[in-house]
Design a protein around this ligand. Structure first.
Ligand code: ZN
Ligand code: ZN
Ligand code: FE
Length: 765
């Protein structure tokens, strides 16, 4: 090799800095193995932003070391950079792992939970003491965040603490050349926690017997509560209409789609389209639920009316063992909770709440300490975008270029989550659910206290939404009242959406933001939800917004899209709306419609709203697609799912000063309905109208301001059709377009935006 000839081959010292997510994932033992395998002297140590290696050896050895580290790194590690410098330190003796004492490391030492690795799956067949052991794990895989009570991350600080290692496990744990060296949850059939199946009148801890019985229950359409990594799942055969119906009835939610766990990729491919990026996500160690386009209908009741299906692959050893005994390709695996309550984690609670409803309980006797639901992602133009950030992601921090220390964003309400700043890291809590729910609020407060302790966080500034009634706002107010040293500031909801997109992309300076969602409290006291703004971290200027429309019945109208349908029709047609021959006016009586227009005219409980979500609601209702919604964003999701991809036409809309009026669009939709135009075509034209509008406004604003960076934020951009078309069109016009992908684009991401804005305001204070 030409390039190495003539290079120094004598021993020297090198300082190697490896940056990225390399802590708490077995990285130091891995570095040790590579280094000692190459005969290097020196040591490895954790630092705040990665690990530092001091290596004594030849330059060739060090280059080889770097290549091996990059190529064979543990699956949950992510290396951002490796930097090598010559150093003068003299190194002696064998390579060693230095223990870190700096507590600021603690932030990165908590790894998210990691799906079982292939080596462990192989060990489960071959290692005498771990044959079919359903909680097998190693340094590269297994539970982490869900079992960690405290730091440092040692076994006695996890819920593995009651289990004493047997001599075999201990020898593996202590052997630096073993894959289980310092694997805190290490366990085996002899010494580890055990699974248990309880069915009315009997129970078993015998694994082969258990999975055989489970196979039978599932194939007969039975229902099970199964303990997972971060909480319980409700499980049934995905092809059993009866099982699906039972879960729906029990969870008290009518239409919200259920996620499925497929045996493997091949089986999943018979029902959904899986692109290369989606395959990468499905099989990644994070094992999220991935939203995929259906290619064939599956059992009714799972995801009715939707073009997508939420799919995941087995991630616990037990899931693999179970599928071995099943002759079906997929299971429904939905969070074990009622309606919008947090996912259940305790064996007792599950028996208490689901007893009498399910045909069996599968539990194990290791406690789940941190509740963490399955994460949900969608791939947009080859980029995975996290929509619900929880298992496999939490508590991995987001690295930023800003000092965020001591700042807390308390988030919004519907998708509760907080975000705290530690140095330059933004630490997002897991998704908690709707904070209007008391149990959810309790969960939120509990994890807030835990994060404070785990990450040694002391708030100096709390940042909340402007909405005075959000429980997350009240939480912020309370923190500030209890401690006068804490400053409290409020941030407008849609500004926070844009700031969170900026933080996600590492943007500074001014951007053009489109912040579209269901609703958020506006600075004029109205409900906002379709904002076009020029914004930076310190403030925003609202350039355009959707026309204000009455929201008859307030919150109730968000759950009953037909009310918004009536409101838009009334706005366009006045009393003539009764003469329209369209699904909505045929479905509801003159009197029912009159009650709604009465509210509007008398202005009773009818705030004004400028919202993209409510516009989707109105159009879906006018078309007769959705009158009452049974889950969050049902109407928009149905509308997106209905799109006829071959249609490229659009509807008119009108810009009057700073307001966008959709009256022309509503009139044309009604005309199309009168002419019998299909839903698919109407849905497509509606979406193309919004894409075109965003493009027109962007061009206009760029001409005036020069802004050419566009940030998309708010739950409406979870709509993949809309986001992809907008990004493609704007990029064609030479805009740079940013859609957050690590921070959820929906309200779970609000807290991160608040944090970023808080950090900037603090500089100005
Ligand atoms: Zn493993
Ligand atoms: Zn053991
Ligand atoms: Fe929002």
């Amino acid at each position: 090799m030409e390039k190495t000839r003539g290079k120094k081959q004598h021993a020297g010292s090198y300082r190697i800095e490896i940056r990225g997510l390399v802590q708490g994932v077995g990285f130091r033992p891995f570095v040790y193995q590579v280094a000692s395998g190459l005969g290097l002297k020196g040591w490895v140590e954790n630092r705040n932003d990665g690990v530092v290696v001091m290596a004594g050896g030849s330059e060739n050895q060090v280059v080889e070391f770097r290549d091996q580290v990059i190529e064979h790194a543990p699956q949950a590690a992510s290396i951002e950079s490796v930097e090598i410098r010559e150093d003068t330190t003299e190194l002696f003796g064998d390579f060693e792992i230095r223990r870190s004492h700096d507590i600021s490391n603690s932030v990165t030492e908590i790894s998210p939970d990691i799906a079982v690795c292939d080596e462990c799956l192989a060990d489960m067949r071959s290692q005498a003491h771990r044959i079919s052991y359903p909680l097998i794990n190693c340094t590269h895989c297994g539970p982490r965040f869900s079992i960690i009570r405290d730091l440092p991350y040692d076994r006695q600080h996890t819920t593995m603490e009651p289990f004493e290692m047997c001599p075999v496990c201990r020898s593996e744990y202590s052997n630096i050349n073993d894959r289980r060296f310092h694997a805190q949850p290490v366990a085996c059939n002899k010494c580890g926690p055990r699974y248990r199946l309880e069915i009315p009148g009997e129970s078993t801890e015998d694994l082969p017997e258990m999975v055989t019985r489970l196979g039978r229950i599932i194939s007969e359409g039975g229902l099970l509560a199964v303990k997972g990594t971060g909480g319980f799942h409700l499980v049934c055969n995905a092809f059993s209409t009866e099982g699906v119906r039972k879960i729906r009835q029990m969870k008290q939610r009518d239409g919200k789609p259920f996620a499925l766990m497929f045996r493997n990729l091949e089986e999943a491919r018979s029902y959904v389209e899986i692109g290369p990026a989606e395959e990468r996500e499905l099989t990644s160690w994070r094992r999220p639920i991935v939203l995929l386009r259906k290619s064939r209908e599956i059992t009714g009741g799972i995801a009715d009316g939707l073009s997508t299906l939420g799919v995941m692959l087995p991630y616990m050893p037990f899931h693999h063992l179970l599928f071995e005994k099943l002759d079906i390709p997929a299971l429904v695996m939905t969070s074990g909770n009622f309606s919008e309550e947090p996912i259940l984690i305790s064996n007792e609670q599950v028996v208490d709440q689901f007893g009498g409803h399910v045909d069996g309980f599968v539990t194990y006797n290791r406690e789940i300490f941190n509740r963490v639901d399955d994460s949900v992602i969608a791939v947009i133009r080859d980029t995975p975008m996290v929509l619900r950030r929880a298992r496999g992601y939490t508590p991995s921090p987001i690295r930023t270029g800003t000092d965020l220390e001591g700042i807390l964003g308390t988030g919004a309400e519907l998708a509760g989550s907080f975000c705290m700043g530690k140095g330059h890291l933004a630490l997002m809590s897991q998704y908690t659910g709707d904070l209007k729910n008391l149990e959810t609020l309790g969960f939120y407060q509990e994890i807030y206290e835990r994060y404070c302790r785990l990450f040694r966080f002391t708030p100096r500034m709390v940042v909340s939404d402007l909405h005075p009634d959000y429980l997350s706002t009240r939480f912020a107010v309370k923190l500030a009242e209890e401690d006068p040293r804490i400053t409290h500031i409020s941030v407008q909801h849609h500004h926070a959406h844009i700031a969170s997109g900026m933080l996600d992309a590492g943007l500074e300076g001014e951007v053009l933001g489109f912040s579209f969602d269901g609703s958020g409290y506006g600075t004029d006291g109205h409900m906002w939800g379709a904002e076009v703004m020029r914004a930076d971290y310190s403030g925003f200027d609202r350039l355009y917004h959707f026309e204000y429309i009455p929201l008859p019945g307030g919150d109730k109208a968000s759950e009953e899209p037909w009310r918004m349908g009536v409101s838009y029709l009334h706005h366009c047609f006045g009393e003539d709306l009764y003469d329209l021959k369209i699904p909505l006016t045929e479905r509801f009586s003159r009197q029912e419609i009159g009650n709604i227009t009465g509210l509007i005219q008398k202005k009773i409980n009818t705030p004004l709203v400028s919202s993209a979500g409510r516009l989707f609601d109105a159009v879906a209702a006018i078309m007769g697609m959705n009158y009452y919604s049974t889950y969050q964003a049902e109407a928009p999701m149905l509308l997106e799912s209905a799109i006829d991809l071959s249609e490229t036409g659009l509807y008119p809309c009108r810009i009057e000063e700073d307001q966008v009026s959709f009256s022309p669009l509503i009139r044309k939709v009604v005309e199309d309905l009168h002419q019998g135009t299909s839903r698919g075509i109407i849905a497509a034209k509606f979406h193309h109208t919004l894409v075109d509008l965003i493009q027109q406004l962007s061009m206009e604003i760029r001409a005036e301001t020069g802004l050419d960076r566009v940030v998309l934020g708010g739950g409406t951009f979870q709509n993949r059709f809309l986001s992809e078309k907008v990004m493609n069109k704007l990029e064609k016009e030479k805009f740079k377009v940013y859609l957050p992908h690590r921070i959820p684009v929906n309200d779970q991401g609000i807290a991160a935006g608040q944090l970023a804005i808080g950090a900037h305001r603090q500089l100005l204070l």
